[in-house]
Design a binder for this molecule. Structure first.
Ligand code: BV8
Length: 254
């Protein structure tokens, strides 16, 4: 098992911490087989974000945008949470105040048992009527009709996700900044830390003297601000941290 010296220093803080925030991005789902956005195998490789994940793209060609989401839903539907998702699901039960903020729309954190989640960018398994704005779950693989229409009023349905150029839910965003500005430690796991306003959350935490812990195989714009920066995969690093944490918690009980 890999030994990383900084882990013991992190554990010395972590096991006494009450308020923890974790921000995740597409990287935490990479080991579940879901392509990230910007990496080598990134989703954007075949497509450009500007062409698809925007309201203009949807107005111009709802069928093309829905074909892309239908394709992604097909990929995600068969994927399972990995060790990283599962450990975060367990940490929610260990730490008194634990909030998970995710940029991901794949729903794998919920599948791994996490309950206290803020989904900044929505959820690929929800659809919204473009007229009535009603939101419903839809797990059809593939979609019966592309683009799908509202069964009540016949208007186009859209994915209930936040596109580029769209504002996030103000209540979700307010809560995300509130908990980030009052936590003791914020983990930034599997995100390239470029998409705003999500990328500002760890900085808001640091402003309030929280420690920043980054887990990512690659450096990001956040790396230079991180107090702990683990260069590795979430599914490898989180089990190492979790193992040391459990040892410390066990010692404390004895
Ligand atoms: C908004 C849902 C107000 C849809 C997504 C300020 C400056 C510049 C630009 C802006 C700004 N403010 C706003 C903008 C514009 C824009 C923006 O941020 N653009 C970026 C590209 C610069 N932001 C917005 O439009 C936001 N709206 O601010 O509203 C407004 C209104 C009008 C005009 C201006 C402002 C809305 C953003 C939400 C967009 N929707 N997704 C969908 O998914 O289809 S964003 C999309 O990117 C996903 O949600 C994704 O989660 C998110 C972030 O990407 P990451 O998760 O970080 O994924 P990525 O692939 O980039 O990185 C993965 C990382 O994991 C890599 O670092 C990799 O090394 C690592 N990794 C790989 N394997 C592993 C791993 N890590 C750990 N373990 C592994 N195994």
């Amino acid at each position: 098992m890999r030994k990383i010296p900084e882990i013991s220093q992190l554990i010395d803080i972590l096991y006494q911490t009450k308020q923890i925030v974790v921000l995740t991005g597409a990287g935490i789902s990479a080991e579940s087989g879901i392509p990230t956005f910007r990496g080598e195998e990134g989703l954007w490789k075949q497509y450009r974000a500007e062409d698809l994940a925007t309201p203009i793209a949807f107005i111009k060609d709802p069928k093309l945008v829905w074909e892309w989401y239908d394709w992604r839903r097909g990929i995600i539907a068969s994927k399972k949470p990995n060790a990283g998702h599962k450990i975060l699901g367990r940490w929610e039960k260990i730490f008194p105040n634990f909030i998970l903020i995710t940029q991901n729309i794949d729903g794998l954190h919920q599948k791994a048992g996490s309950k206290n989640i803020l989904e900044l960018h929505g959820n690929i398994w929800k659809v919204r009527c473009t007229e009535e704005r009603t939101i419903t779950e839809n797990h059809d693989i593939p979609l019966e009709e592309i683009p799908p229409h509202c069964p009540d009023c016949g208007a186009l349905l859209r994915p209930h996700v936040v596109w580029f150029g769209e504002s996030l839910s103000s209540s979700v965003l307010y809560k995300a900044f509130q908990v980030s500005s009052s936590c003791e430690i914020i983990f930034s796991i599997g995100t390239s830390a470029v998409v705003q306003p999500a990328a500002s959350l760890p900085l808001a935490a640091a402003e309030a003297n929280a420690k920043i812990v980054e887990i990512n195989p690659d450096p990001t714009p956040l790396t230079s601000y991180a107090d702990f920066s683990f260069r590795g995969k979430a599914g490898e690093i989180l089990p190492l941290i979790n193992k040391e944490l459990n040892k410390k918690l066990k010692d404390r009980k004895e």
